[in-house]
Structure formats: structure tokens, C-alpha cells
Design a protein around this ligand. Structure first.
Ligand SMILES: O=C(O)[C@H](O)COP(=O)(O)O
Ligand SMILES: [Mn+2]
Ligand SMILES: [Mn+2]
Length: 574
């Protein structure tokens, strides 16, 4: 076996028996396409849509016993509880690593919520005790919900009370409304909970000022990912740091500056009901003289309360860039001079390869010996493709939250530039046809043994809450799967189709639109046109088969034995 120089020494065992196929082994992730309960009440875009290709592939795989359901939420993907829905980060981590990893959510709970261990860390001293000693404000910003995908309200509660106990007198919270991992207009409930939390601290400690300073919708302010729309980051930064709202926001009577968060959100709802929480315009809380009450000042501490990396990396780069350097994406001093000596930390480390952010309160999960390393060590060539919104899913998340290629001689990762987020509902086909074209070219090229692809539609359109758009999304996906099937058939490869978690299969609850993920299982379909009974699906013999079992499966198709610490393969060679 040839070892790539970067992975010399990594132990890769070949399977004794192999499944000889001429074409590549293709893993296709239909992002956010789960299997709903068949009571027809959920507004299941997958069932409602005309999906002849997927229907036929499913029927054929069932007939050959090459179909099963897999668990994609809760403990199967390392989340704290069985009520935690799956998400792209943990789903793609699971698919790439083949192991159940205690995820960031769980690690933060252990250190911050379930114990006082965080108080013993050096960073607690450097950031929180520092603010108490120097009498600086601590700014907490991030996603305000209990969706449990990027952040959790319980963690914010624990953080605020521990900061208060450390003696910090001034805390300013800059919440981003969610409506994507929780019901679309639930934001005010969380604002109320936050106001109560802060008021309780103020009542218990005389001279303390814990307040909401500014905010906005997560898909309009700050939480961009993969460089898709830096203007979101700039907008959120100016709102939070400089207490400034751009004039373009001040339309139809929207004022931008309000006496409290609740007044701001209520007014935005009245004027722009279609925006819901995700796209809520930015707001700044001002005093009776119209002065922002919570701008970031010299020497203040700024903490990102999100633990998940993809949508936290860009804003972290803004704060990590030294104040003496020009930040390449936008001018941090456009509104007023950028405050000096800001101390920035993430709740977690978001990218452990590029070390973003430079400081963090909780060490991230360590995800090692991922399948990409083994495949490179075996000298096999890999192609990965997705559109921008999901590009980091097939690269960064797949490889254990590390950016970049594992081996540039053996791997090629391609991104198809997405339409902006705001176009998703209007263009439910998204860039799936372009992604599919690249994928089929790669399948036919004969240059890759291993291929993976993510089609974003089920998830991204699912998050809009529009059943009609989600049905169109599923139909677009189906047409793409038809093309992919043809290319696999022509080349004599194998296609595995699955999803990272549910979303599009539940677009309604009690007649109301649903935008969030689900706890449903996901499909696993093997399409192997040259199948001659050399193996069988053995999901039944595995205790709770889940996403992590797919990794050993594609390794086996590639002729590689999965390491002992991987979860079992879904196929048994006969
Ligand atoms: O970031 C998002 O878009 C959602 O919160 C979660 O969706 P994802 O896990 O599918 O990316
Ligand atoms: Mn996803
Ligand atoms: Mn999603």
C-alpha cells in the first residue's frame, strides 16, 4: 500500500476480502432530509414532492435489503440529551470521524453548567477576573435561544451568574434572535427570559448594571459562514461595538434606536412581519437622551457565547485581527475609532487548525484519526464538493473541525458559490444543478476513488419555513440524484445516499410553519449497480445504528479496514 508522505506511519489495514468496483465510492449527503412519522400531519416536503428517482432508489434498495434508517440526533452524534436535534456540525463530524465524540455543547455543559470547573481555568482569570479587577464591561453576544445547535440559554444563564459571582459590575448582552433552530417568532420569549435573568442579578447586587445593549436577527447580523456575506458581520459589528445602525435599515418608520430590546423587536414585527426573527433588523438600546447604553469601550471584554464554529469564525477573525492592522473585509473604525485593547474570547475554540479564536473559555472536542487521514494514508484520491452554504460541512466539519486539505496531492475540494441567503426561498433549486455537474464530472473523470457531496436544499430551504419552497427543493434534489445515479451507473461505482439530520420532512406543526431541524432518523440507501451479493447490510446487528456507522462502511467499500475505535460498518462482507 502506498502511503502519502504526510501520513507515513499512520496504520492502515487493508481488508482481506474486498468489493471490487471500477467506479468511485460516492457518499451523498442530502442535507436536512429526514424520515417523518407517517401520520401526514407534519407537512413533509419529501413525501409531498414528486421524487421518482429517490422513490425508485429506495424501493430497489429495500428489495435488495440495502436500505435502513439511521439515528442522527442526541447521543448518536455526541449531543447532551436525546431531545437534542441533529445538526450539520455534529452530523458531518460523525460522518467523517466514524466515532461518537462528546460535542462542544456537552463539554461546555460539563465545565460551565454542571460544575464550577470553569472558575479554575486560566482564561477565567484572564478575562472575567480581569474585568472585575479593572472594572471593565463584559459584552456577551451570540445566539439567544435554547435551540442547542450554536448556543444554549442555560449556558448563558450559568455564564451570567458566574460572572456576577466573580464581581463584574457591568455586563452588556447583545442577543441575536434565532427563529431558525426554534420557532420562527419565538424571539421575544427569549428576550423576556434574558431581561428577567439580568434584572435578577441587578436586584441581588447593588451597583451592578447588567443590560441588553443591542441586537438583531442572526441571518442579518454577525452569523454568516464560509465567507458567504461579510456585510452581515460588518452590520452586526457596527451595531454592537459602535452602537450604530446604518441608514439603509431605517425605512418604513423603523427607528433602529429604542429604549429596550422588546420595544425594538415589537416595532420591527409590526413593520416587517415577513422578516421574522432570523432577519430582524438590528437595534441599539439607548438612554433617555438617545445615547447607546452598551457600546464596546477601550479595554472591554467581548465574549462570543456560541460554541459552534461555522457561524462564529468570521466575527472572531474581526476581533482577533490586531488593532494596529487593517482588517481586510471592512474598516473597523468607519463609525468611530475602534476601541483599544479589547479582549476577545470564544466560548469554545472554533477552528483548531487555524486557531480561531486566539482565546476561548472551554477547550473544544478533540476529533482525531478522521477517515480522510486514513484514506490519504492509503494513497487513495478524494473529491469533495458542495455549495458555499455547506462547503465547510464537507471539508471543515467532515475532517473534525479543521480547515484545509489533508493532503493536496490526493484531495480536491470544490466550492460552488451560493446565491445569498435571502434568495433561498425564491430559488429553492439553489446551486444544486451546478454542484451536481461538478460531481458527475468528478465521478466520470476516473481521478478519484472516494467522493463526497452535500446537496444543501432540504436544509436551507427547510429553514425558510415555506412548505411550498421545500417541496420544490426536494424536486430539484431528486432531479440531481437522477444525474448522479447515471454517472455512478456508467462508471460502475457505488452511491450511498443519506442525510445529516432532518428538516424538510417537518415543515408544519399544528398548522404553523416550522423552520428548525428535527429528531427524526435519516435514510441510508446503497445504490450498487454491480451488486452481486458480495456483502449484506447488517444494521440490525448494530446497537442503535447511526451516522457514525457510515464511515466504516465507505472505508470498507474502499478496501480499508476501519480502526477498532470506529463504530461498526453497516455492511458485512460475505
Ligand atoms: O446554522 C444554521 O443554519 C442552523 O442553525 C443549523 O443548520 P445546519 O446545522 O444544517 O447548518
Ligand atoms: Mn445540515
Ligand atoms: Mn440546518
Amino acid at each position: 500500500m502506498v502511503f502519502s508522505p504526510a501520513y507515513q506511519g499512520m496504520k492502515v489495514e487493508k481488508l482481506e476480502k474486498t468489493i471490487p468496483r471500477e467506479g468511485p465510492i460516492v457518499t451523498l449527503v442530502l442535507d436536512g432530509v429526514g424520515i417523518s412519522k407517517p401520520d401526514g400531519k407534519d407537512g413533509d416536503a419529501y413525501i409531498i414532492a414528486e421524487t421518482p428517482v429517490l422513490d425508485e432508489l429506495t424501493a430497489e434498495a429495500k428489495a435488495r435489503k440495502l436500505f435502513c434508517h439511521l439515528k442522527a440526533h442526541g447521543s448518536a452524534v455526541g449531543l447532551p440529551t436525546e431531545d437534542d436535534m441533529g445538526n450539520s456540525e455534529v452530523g458531518h463530524n460523525a460522518l467523517g470521524a466514524g466515532q461518537i465524540i462528546a460535542q462542544g455543547a456537552k463539554l461546555v455543559n460539563q465545565l460551565l453548567v454542571d460544575s464550577d470547573d470553569i472558575l479554575k481555568t486560566q482564561n477565567w482569570a484572564d478575562f472575567i477576573e480581569y474585568a472585575a479587577k479593572k472594572d471593565k464591561s463584559i459584552h456577551l453576544f451570540g445566539l439567544l435561544s435554547d435551540g442547542g445547535i450554536h448556543s444554549h440559554f442555560d449556558q448563558l444563564t450559568a455564564l451570567v451568574s458566574k460572572i456576577a459571582a466573580t464581581g463584574v459590575r457591568s455586563v452588556i448582552v447583545h442577543p441575536l434572535l434565532d427563529g431558525r433552530d426554534v420557532p420562527p417568532t419565538s424571539g421575544l420569549e427569549y428576550i423576556d427570559m434574558l431581561e428577567k435573568l439580568l434584572e435578577d442579578v441587578n436586584k441581588a447586587h447593588s451597583g451592578f448594571s447588567y443590560r441588553i445593549g443591542s441586537g438583531g436577527g442572526r441571518m442579518h447580523c454577525i452569523m454568516d459562514r464560509y465567507g458567504s456575506d461579510w456585510s452581515m458581520v460588518e452590520r452586526g459589528f457596527n451595531t454592537m461595538v459602535h452602537g450604530h445602525i446604518d441608514e439603509s435599515e431605517l425605512v418604513s418608520g423603523y427607528k433602529g434606536y429604542y429604549c429596550c430590546a422588546k420595544a425594538a423587536v415589537e416595532h420591527a414585527r409590526e413593520l416587517f412581519p415577513e422578516k421574522k426573527d432570523q432577519y430582524n433588523p438590528p437595534f441599539v438600546v439607548v438612554d433617555s437622551e438617545g445615547k447607546p447604553i452598551g457600546m464596546v469601550e477601550d479595554g472591554d471584554v467581548v465574549i462570543n457565547i456560541n460554541y459552534r464554529g461555522d457561524r462564529a469564525v468570521e466575527i472572531s477573525q474581526v476581533f482577533d485581527c490586531p488593532e494596529t492592522e487593517k482588517f481586510p473585509q471592512f474598516d473597523r473604525s468607519a463609525i468611530r475609532p475602534y476601541p483599544k485593547g479589547i479582549k476577545y474570547a470564544g466560548l469554545l475554540e472554533y477552528d483548531s487548525e487555524t486557531k480561531i479564536p486566539k482565546s476561548f473559555l472551554v477547550p473544544p472536542p478533540s476529533i482525531s484519526s478522521v477517515s480522510s487521514e486514513l484514506i490519504c494514508a492509503a494513497g487513495l484520491r478524494t473529491y469533495a464538493v458542495a455549495e458555499t452554504h455547506k462547503f465547510g460541512h464537507v471539508s471543515f466539519f467532515w475532517n473534525g473541525n479543521r480547515s484545509g486539505l489533508i493532503d493536496d496531492k490526493l484531495e480536491k475540494y470544490e466550492e460552488v458559490v451560493s446565491y445569498p441567503n435571502s434568495e433561498t426561498e425564491k430559488k429553492p433549486e439553489m446551486k444544486a444543478p451546478e454542484v451536481t455537474k461538478k460531481l458527475c464530472d468528478a465521478i466520470r473523470s476516473g481521478k478519484f476513488e472516494n467522493i463526497r457531496c452535500n446537496l444543501a436544499n432540504g436544509d436551507m430551504v427547510g429553514h425558510t419555513g415555506s412548505l411550498e419552497a421545500a417541496v420544490k427543493a426536494m424536486e430539484a434534489v431528486d432531479a440531481c440524484v437522477g444525474e448522479i445515479k447515471k454517472a455512478v451507473e456508467e462508471t460502475g461505482g457505488v452511491l450511498m445516499i443519506t442525510a445529516d439530520h432532518g428538516n424538510a420532512e417537518v415543515m408544519m406543526k399544528k398548522g404553523k410553519p416550522v423552520t428548525s431541524h428535527t429528531c427524526n432518523p435519516v435514510p441510508f440507501i446503497i445504490f450498487d449497480p454491480k451488486f452481486a451479493g458480495e456483502y449484506e447490510l447488517c444494521a440490525d446487528s448494530i446497537d442503535t445504528p447511526g451516522l457514525t456507522n457510515i464511515t466504516a462502511t465507505f472505508l470498507n467499500f474502499l478496501g480499508i479496514k476501519a480502526p477498532e475505535f470506529y463504530r461498526k460498518s453497516l455492511i458485512k462482507l460475505l
